[in-house]
Design a protein around this ligand. Structure first.
Ligand SMILES: NC(=O)C1=CN([C@@H]2O[C@H](COP(=O)(O)OP(=O)(O)OC[C@H]3O[C@@H](n4cnc5c(N)ncnc54)[C@H](O)[C@@H]3O)[C@@H](O)[C@H]2O)[C@@H](O)CC1
Ligand SMILES: Nc1ncnc2c1ncn2[C@@H]1O[C@H](COP(=O)(O)OP(=O)(O)O)[C@@H](O)[C@H]1O
Ligand SMILES: [Mg+2]
Length: 294
């Protein structure tokens, strides 16, 4: 039984609370090791925006995958290695932006976009990558903006690719809307046309998978801070690498991400909460699920 909610006469929405999450949450196997716990690859960053990939990569690790690799322009090499020593780093041939995405590792999930910028060479690199990629994928930030300018590339995306637009990025992809209802209808059409999972970030965040809408129950205005979306991308990608079905990776990632802000609020207040505080509280968010089972 799902927790259906009728937010609008034309749409059936499943409300994602702890009960719904516990149906999807996978408890850790006591015998697991880093080699089978999932390997996530985060592709992004450009000069001045390497921090976005640091946030995504650290969030991916703290969400539980066994291995995390970041693919960044050369200028990001030391920044990532020093700020997160647990993450392995691959670099592009270019110093300040990504121009050629090649790697010999075999990750189970990839994210592309945080901080990647929109240089022409980066646009071409994204196009080449999308033509050949077969690994489960999360697309965010400037990679979405590049797709908005090259809509024919959307047909290159494998079924159930996850995209995570904030409202402005969504508008660039689907065009303007005149009402909330129209926004949902256009997003559902877009999701069905390209067979994508669309994470409509907002307050609250909704995940659209064809006709189905999942409304998240956690989170608060503390999340209105630079980099909190980059963290969400890392969390969803980590869950995808840990073999969650794409829609469940999105739903669980969004739920845990919001819960971190609810947990931290009494200590940080709304204003002084920053994206790194999401990462710090992922463990406590997971523990609410572990403890709910006892
Ligand atoms: N430390 C870093 O390196 C950071 C890098 N970032 C990267 O910077 C690039 C630009 O991202 P931005 O998102 O700032 O740029 P965008 O131009 O896509 O979005 C900024 C504008 O979108 C609108 N917007 C955003 N959220 C909205 C909401 N919830 N409701 C209504 N309007 C909303 C606002 O008008 C805002 O000015 C991305 O590649 C991103 O990954 C950011 O994530 C911030 C942190
Ligand atoms: N007022 C709010 N209430 C709840 N969640 C919010 C609020 N404002 C922003 N968020 C969440 O914060 C994240 C912001 O993502 P994004 O705009 O991509 O940030 P960035 O690109 O800076 O990392 C999204 O998950 C969004 O749902
Ligand atoms: Mg963003």
């Amino acid at each position: 039984m799902c927790n259906f909610r009728q937010t609008n006469p034309t749409m059936n929405t499943i409300y994602i609370d702890q009960k719904e999450i516990l149906k999807r949450y996978k408890y850790i196997d006591k015998q697991t090791h880093k080699g089978i716990q999932g390997h996530a690859l985060l592709i992004g960053g450009s000069y001045g925006k390497i921090g976005s990939v640091c946030l995504s990569s650290k969030a991916a690790l703290k969400t539980g995958c066994g291995l995390v690799t970041a693919f960044v322009p050369k200028c990001g090499y030391e920044i990532v290695q020093i700020s997160i020593p647990e993450v392995t780093v691959l670099t592009d041939v270019q110093e300040k932006f990504i121009s050629n995405i090649t790697f010999e590792i075999e990750p189970q999930a990839i994210a592309i976009g945080p901080g990647i910028g929109q240089e022409l060479a980066t646009q071409n690199a994204l196009h080449e990558f999308l033509k050949t990629n077969t690994i489960p994928l999360v697309i965010d930030a400037d990679a979405l903006n590049i797709l908005s300018q090259n809509k024919s590339w959307l047909s290159l995306l494998a079924p159930k690719t996850i995209i995570t637009p904030h409202p402005k990025e969504l508008e660039r992809l689907i065009g303007k809307w005149n009402s909330e209802e129209e926004k949902f209808e256009k997003t559902k059409l877009f999701s069905k046309q390209y067979n994508l999972i669309v994470v409509m970030k907002g307050a609250p965040t909704h995940t659209i998978d064809g006709e189905t809408i999942y409304e998240n129950s956690t989170g608060n205005a503390a999340l209105a801070t630079a980099g909190s979306g980059d963290v969400l991308t890392g969390m969803i990608t980590s869950l995808l690498a840990q073999s969650y079905e794409p829609v469940n990776a999105a739903i669980l990632g969004i739920y845990l991400h919001g819960l971190t802000a609810d947990i931290a609020l009494p200590e940080t207040g709304y204003q002084s909460f920053i994206a790194s505080n999401v990462i710090e509280n992922i463990g406590k968010a997971y523990l609410t699920l572990e403890n709910a089972q006892k």
